[in-house]
Design a protein around this ligand. Structure first.
Ligand code: ADP
Ligand code: MG
Length: 585
């Protein structure tokens, strides 16, 4: 007797269904996608008992004929994909032909459809993956699909259902997101006989339509607090609405993200949203309807069984474009308000007049003498920074090469390395939270994944408990994949950075018991600060001023956590000497 058995088809189908169909809202999401793919302009949805009793979707799309109806229920049956490469180049989203097959496996399913031009419609019925009846039906345009008694044959899964209220909330959100992304279609949602949504198809221009629909979906008061954002970089566009900083909410219930107009729950996009607010959040949550448009080849929608998360090929770019777009837009609005009230003569940010230009009588030095400024002045030393720089009034001059912030002080010029300064500030804030036992932890909606070697995984697992005290919730999936489920709110990781972070830690950490607590802490803090994304290469004057204030308060404002200097000073005398002058500024 061989010990290996091939699983019977209905077990296989239930396993597949377990991946795709997690809850009633997953069924609805798939059915809505199919209706929209079929070109529907009107979709009616009826729900009973939080989706466990019934989910019915009726559309006026192109419909299926008898042959297609039968095929549609089979595994890997799709009209949208012909070969593997299509999976990556399709302008649509992750089509794998599994949805109807999976829904059929775990419900009592009824499909009725009519293809334009045919004499009659056709219906097919079955349960748990087995067809029980096929009948002709009246020629009503489009398709109706009913999934009843969801999970009737998989009681173990039925137990994982949340409360009715929570399943209903997921169902409603699913329709809302479909409606936000498909402004040209009408949607009606009825739950247990009560009409929840009735949204007409919108005929206007894109922004006009989006405003109208957003107002209906967010409700008047949330909608009134939204600001329009729009940005573009090579290969991507981002647009939509986000809360103004003075109109934030208590939960993240009103956040909707779309990639190429398909709803996604992307941890990266959510973090980019929050980062876009910088210090303006104060523990609250923005609402948003944010749309990202990307080349279909630059992301993968098939990494998640429910197509809920996507993997972007250039995470950093996307993070920065999204957070910068939001940040610039919100700050522009704030700045407008600030400038309006600022007294005219008090402009700290104006570039000072440079008298040297007017009297540039001295010939330029010969080529041989033209060493770098640093060589000419000797190595810049942190010690050369005036001892009392923290107490001084510093006027921001501007930014150099998107990396250095220039400040004028009485004795000369202070040059700050903005990334080194940000790392220092983050580092001290984190250690300070750590020592108070008050690390603010942010759970990730979709965990980040890192593929490690088995031995790295071993080390990470040994450190798991301690890492939790440090604000990192790490789990294991499979022998060599680590998941980050929650991280200190101060940090923003991409999955690449998280993999780098764990990889590095597992090399240097050794045994948890062996190291002293403060050493462990500073290793974690150093690495986390290094890997955490620092957005906004371009810094606005207000932010430069705030960064300087934070740096002044830092215990060691002179060095980044790796020991490089964060700032240096060019004294008035140094500058004068360069111009072969004597004197002060
Ligand atoms: P996929 O959407 O990945 O192709 P599904 O299992 O969701 O796989 O659907 C299988 C096929 O059934 C689709 O490719 C489509 O041809 C057809 N289909 C499903 N729903 C509808 C609908 N509402 N209207 C027209 N055709 C549909
Ligand atoms: Mg589908």
């Amino acid at each position: 007797m061989p010990e290996i058995k091939v699983l019977p088809e209905d077990v296989v189908s239930k396993i597949a269904a377990g991946e795709v169909i997690e809850r009633p809202a997953s069924v609805l999401k798939e059915l809505l996608e199919n209706s929209l793919d079929a070109g529907a302009s009107r979709i009616e949805i009826e729900i009973k008992k939080a989706g466990r009793g019934l989910i019915r979707v009726h559309d006026d799309g192109r419909g299926m004929d008898r042959e297609d109806l039968r095929l549609a229920l089979g595994r890997h049956a799709t009209s949208k994909l012909n070969n593997f490469d299509d999976l990556y180049s399709l302008a649509t989203f992750g089509f794998r032909g599994e949805a109807l097959y999976s829904i059929f496996a775990v419900s009592r399913l009824k499909l009725v459809s009519h293809r334009a031009g045919a004499d009659s419609g056709y219906g097919i019925e079955g349960e748990g993956g087995h067809v029980t009846a096929e009948v002709p039906s009246p020629p009503v345009k489009g398709t109706t699909i009913e999934a009843a008694d969801l999970f009737f044959n998989t009681p173990a899964r039925a137990k994982f259902m949340k409360s009715d209220a929570s399943e209903r909330a997921h169902l409603i959100k699913t329709v809302e997101e479909a409606a936000l992304a498909n402004l040209g279609a009408a949607f009606r949602l009825v739950i247990d006989g009560a009409e929840i949504l009735n949204l007409p198809a919108l005929p206007g221009g894109m922004w006009e339509n989006l405003k109208f629909r957003a107002a209906e979906i967010f409700g008047k008061s949330v909608y009134a607090g939204l600001a329009r954002v729009e940005g573009k970089t090579a290969g991507m566009a981002v647009y939509g609405f986000v809360s103004r900083p003075d109109a934030l909410g208590a939960t993240r219930a009103n956040q909707h993200f779309f990639v190429n107009r398909r709803p996604v729950g992307s941890a990266l996009l959510r973090q980019a949203l929050y980062r876009g607010y910088g210090h303006m959040l104060s523990g609250k949550h923005p609402a948003c309807a944010l749309f990202i448009e990307l080349d279909p080849g630059s992301f993968d929608a098939n990494i998640h069984p429910q197509k809920r998360d996507v993997k972007f090929s250039s995470e950093n770019e996307i993070f920065k474009t999204v957070s910068n777009t939001i940040y610039e837009e919100l700050l522009a609005k704030q700045t407008a308000a600030v400038q309006f009230t600022a007294p005219a003569g008090d402009n700290k940010f104006a570039v000072p007049d440079v008298p040297a230009y007017r009297e540039a009588a001295t010939p330029p030095p010969a080529a041989a003498e033209t060493g770098s400024l640093f060589e000419a002045l000797g190595q810049p030393q942190a010690a050369a920074v005036p001892a009392d720089w923290r107490g001084r009034d510093l006027a921001y001059i501007g930014q150099l090469a998107k990396s250095y912030l220039l400040f004028e002080c009485e004795s000369g010029l202070l040059v700050v390395d903005q990334h080194a300064a940000q790392e220092r500030i983050l580092f001290e804030k984190y250690l300070e939270e750590f020592s108070r036992g008050a690390i603010k932890v942010q759970p990730l909606l979709v965990p980040l994944e890192a593929e490690l070697s088995r031995s790295q995984m071993e080390t990470v697992l040994k450190w798991r408990d301690w890492m939790k005290t440090a604000g990192f919730e790490i789990d294991q999936r499979g022998p060599a994949v680590a998941l980050l489920r929650a991280a200190p709110a101060l940090f923003y990781f991409t999955s690449e950075a998280f993999a780098g972070f764990l990889g590095y830690l597992s090399e240097v950490l050794g045994e948890p018991q062996a190291a002293a607590e403060d050493i462990k802490r500073s290793i974690i803090a150093t690495m986390a600060c290094k890997k955490s994304i620092k957005a906004h290469d371009f810094v606005k004057p207000q932010e430069a001023a705030r960064l300087m204030e934070d740096l002044k308060k830092a215990k060691d404002g002179h060095h980044c956590p790796h020991g490089r200097p964060t700032l240096f000073h060019l004294s008035a005398a140094d500058i004068a000497r360069r111009f072969q002058r004597s004197g002060t500024l």
